[in-house]
Design a protein around this ligand. Structure first.
Ligand SMILES: O=C(O)CCC(=O)C(=O)O
Length: 269
């Protein structure tokens, strides 16, 4: 199957540092992924690490850096996501990590302005990297949707440092540079309906605010690097077992995941 982006889409990504595509996945596909994720809620919310913003306020996530046989890894292998990344990064790509962003109702923590390459810098020499955010729930200004600065990726990597109560894992981009870039680059609120996909470059500055609403704002983010990106302190087995799966293989993996959940529920009752 050909899942290539159009020349206009790739040009928009290179100019803007991001590309938002509504209805990238069908309602049925995202419904199946969402049901599996909700059934995993207790496990997902028990991830030992909770991100802190500069005020020490938290927000939940669950991160994997190895692929497994489950619905989330299946999406990380999805050829509909991987093929566009080969185009956008101009060569073969491999898996880096993936995560569920779990902005629960009433989440007080924000994600401070940062570039993903602000973090990935310690793992790879080049910023030939990017991520795809797949909306599971509607994301809008009222529940802390992702905000990006259009064209900010063209300004290179910004230094990142800890602020306030942040740990070494939660550094934010230098606030002086961010203030200048906010003046120069348009701030875009990435409002997304379930099934929408946001492709964003690893040097694109982004941030999101708390979720004061009564609705969850969950999303899956899958991250990649060009395969020939020289590792710096990257684990040797990073990307191990990565291959691309077609739509049928992904939906079979989601169905297997749901079957296992039902079997566990059955065993518990
Ligand atoms: O989901 C969000 O609001 C923030 C995600 C983010 O900043 C990231 O994954 O780098």
């Amino acid at each position: 199957m050909n899942h290539a982006l159009t020349p206009a889409q790739t040009a928009a990504f290179h100019a803007d540092g991001f590309l938002l595509i509504p209805d990238f996945f069908s309602a049925a596909e995202i419904d199946a992924l969402g049901r599996v994720a909700r059934a995993d809620e207790a496990r997902l919310l028990s991830f030992p690490y909770t991100s802190r913003d500069s005020q020490g306020r938290t927000t939940n996530l669950f991160v994997w850096d190895r692929l497994r046989d489950d619905a989330y890894s299946a999406y990380a292998r999805h050829e509909r996501i991987v093929q566009p990344w080969r185009q956008l990064l101009g060569g073969d790509v491999t898996y880096f990590h993936h995560k569920m962003m779990l902005k629960q109702p009433g989440t007080e923590g924000s994600w401070e302005w940062h570039q993903d390459y602000g973090y990935y810098y310690k793992n790879y020499l080049r910023p030939d990297m990017g991520g795809t955010m797949i909306a599971i729930d509607p994301a809008h200004r009222g529940n802390g949707c992702l905000q990006v600065l259009r064209g900010s990726h063209r300004h290179g990597r910004v230094d990142h440092a800890r602020q306030g109560n942040q740990s070494e894992h939660e550094t934010m981009a230098d606030s002086g540079r961010v203030a200048l870039l906010i003046e120069r680059c348009e701030r875009v609120y990435c409002e997304m309906q379930p099934g929408a996909a946001l492709f964003f470059h690893s040097n694109t500055l982004h941030h999101s605010e708390p979720n004061p609403s009564t609705e969850p704002r969950w999303a899956l983010i899958t991250n990649y690097t060009r395969s020939d990106n020289p590792p710096f302190q990257a684990r040797e087995d990073w990307g191990a077992g990565f291959d691309t799966w077609n739509t049928e293989q992904v939906s079979d993996a989601v169905a297997r995941h749901a079957d296992r959940q039902r079997a566990r529920e059955g065993a518990a009752t």
